[in-house]
Design a protein around this ligand. Sequence first.
Ligand code: EAX
Length: 329
Amino acid sequence: MMKKSLAIVCCVALFSAAFLSCRGEGGGNVQLRVGMTLTMDSHYGMGLQEFARLVELYTDGTVTVEIFPNSLLGNERDLIESVSMGTVPMALTSTGPIPNFFPDFAVLDLPYLFPTREIAYYVLDGEVGTYLLNQLPAQGIVGLGFWENGFRHVTNRVREIRTPADLAGLRIRTMENEIHMDTYREYGASPLPMAMGEVFMALQQGVIDGQENPAINIYTSRLHEVQGFMSLTGNFYSAAVLMINRGILERMTAEQRDGVLQAATEAKHWQRNFSRENDQDAIDRIRAAGTLVTEVDLDVWIAASQATYSNFEAALNQALVQRIRAATQ
Ligand code: EAX
């Protein structure tokens, strides 16, 4: 009995493998759903719309992309797992939660690691970024490149923050990232990890006092409406990874695959430009809407962030830290 059902399962598996590869070889249409946590008018949303346009163009309409914003397909941790399993074909997530699955990625979220976004692009598009993306296929994910989330700034509803000491006792939402949490703990705050989709309500209800995110996310997710204070701390340069399920990519025809890869590379540059060009505008809009925006003395913040480097010395891939450091000097 066991043998018989095993044989049936095998036949079904063989049949679907053959069917899928035939479909790929034959150039059948492919629909790619892509999940993210931000809004359609965010830098992720705008970049993904450009990606969708290019994919359709380069594959003669045989591959289409459908964007699901606002955590509709899950939060970032869920999305990474779903792309790995293939239940969600694609996602665009920050690198924040990735170390929970691929520990080497942790280096990217060290505080004040990248002095400029140009240096970040150089490192992420170079051998460090390639080394990291090459880890994903073992878990069924292909990374189509590093997009931009941006420099993260802290907001809160209680008081103006000029130095890390001003954060004492404040409950600050961070991403589910040990390094971010440690950095805020070292500043004297109480970090609380939480998925992006829950942040607005948690701020509104006072479950947390503050959060930190790039200005475009704060503005497009309307977090400033419930936050009286924003400080331009820029603690972390947050990168994002556009990911696709490996099996889905492999089952496409070579032409479709090339079209998707080409579209991803071009849309990456488009998205980074959009993010860079609209960052200041988002800060201006937040200020105009009534939130007090404070410039801070970055040297004080950089000094207060050094403890996190020591705390994670043993846990981090130091060879990668050194390679990034060499590129930034
Ligand atoms: O990836 O969770 C966050 O704060 C991220 O910046 C956001 O989801 C975009």
